[in-house]
Write a protein that binds this ligand. Sequence first.
Ligand SMILES: *Cc1c(COP(=O)(O)O)cnc(C)c1O
Length: 396
Amino acid sequence: MTDFSKTRALFRLPEGVIYLDGNSLGALPAATPARVAEVVEAEWGRSLIGSWNDHGWIDAPHRIGAKIAPLVGAGEDEVLVADSTSVNLFKLAAAALAARPGRRTILTEPGNFPTDLYILQGLTRLLPDVTIRTAPAEGLADALDEDVALLLLTHVHYRTGVRHDMPALTEAAHGAGALVLWDLSHSAGAVPVDLGGANADLAVGCGYKFLNGGPGAPAFLYVHRDLQAGLASPIQGWLGHAAPFAFGDDYAPAPGIGRFLAGTPPILGMAALEVGVDLMREADMGAIATKSSALFDRFATLMAARCPSLLLLTPVDPARRGSQISFGYPDAYALTQALIARGVIGDYREPAILRFGLTPLTLSHADIWQAVDALADILATEAWRDPRYAERRTVT
Ligand SMILES: *Cc1c(COP(=O)(O)O)cnc(C)c1O
């Protein structure tokens, strides 16, 4: 059981800040700076190239993948840390299409996270016979037919926090003969995930959100054990080779999940990610989900009473949402900036959405009270109308 009175101290957060953006960039674990310094100074600085063997650098993609596995209900040999989520989407979507010859459709949702859609659009430029079909959540099952090779969905929607029914949709896709690729960017470390229980084929996920791996942390990918030998990565890099240090001229894929490696892993980023993953592994996902739900209910109830002009966009049923709460408001952008100026950090998403990540390891009920207090005051005083809050910076 996780003692939440102690978990905030596992992170370094500035005094006076209420951080409601751990769904976009997870907070800094207190152990990360020393671990990264050790990898730089002792491993790189003193052991130099010998660290690939002596300090386990070469095994990091498999080792950290195996540590992520229980957080997503996968086997240790089914998860690999590599590249970015975007690149992993490309690798797995291309592999899935090649494994369903004759089928020419990729099914996804309109309004899916942009990179998921853009990566598919890029893939169809390389494979001109393949087209993308979109259907809203309630129409997905009907849109599955014998031409669909792949169903690609984001498990928890980045904007609204709506969570798909992974077992039901996976079963529907399998019934139509298609493979399914789940994007777990807003799920891993946020909600309990059971890829194995759902018999999921493929998945990708992000290292820098709820896994607290640091800005631009390496991402992970999952391939069901039974599919690994039959799938090929379209990026045939040397580290995905069966024998990279034989330095042969011809490619031969590594036997298992390792074939989805491309190039040399970024060891400094891997070191930071491993600290974040170790921390999440020690936490109890069931306890996290229960506290996330309580924080959500507190937030929703206070907002309904004190800020009724903001429209709740996230489902109230805990089984149908992730670990965030989103609200619609016409001036959401300025409101978010005014909140940030008071030390309450959430973020803005198009169109007109305020989004708050609920990270039970660092957030208390008092934080939620204070955040809603600040919001109510900004609305009552119309402080958000200050023109400086309307200025858009590059990252929103
Ligand atoms: C954050 C996020 C990504 C991130 O992709 P990167 O390649 O790391 O930039 C991808 N998909 C979803 C659904 C996300 O929320």
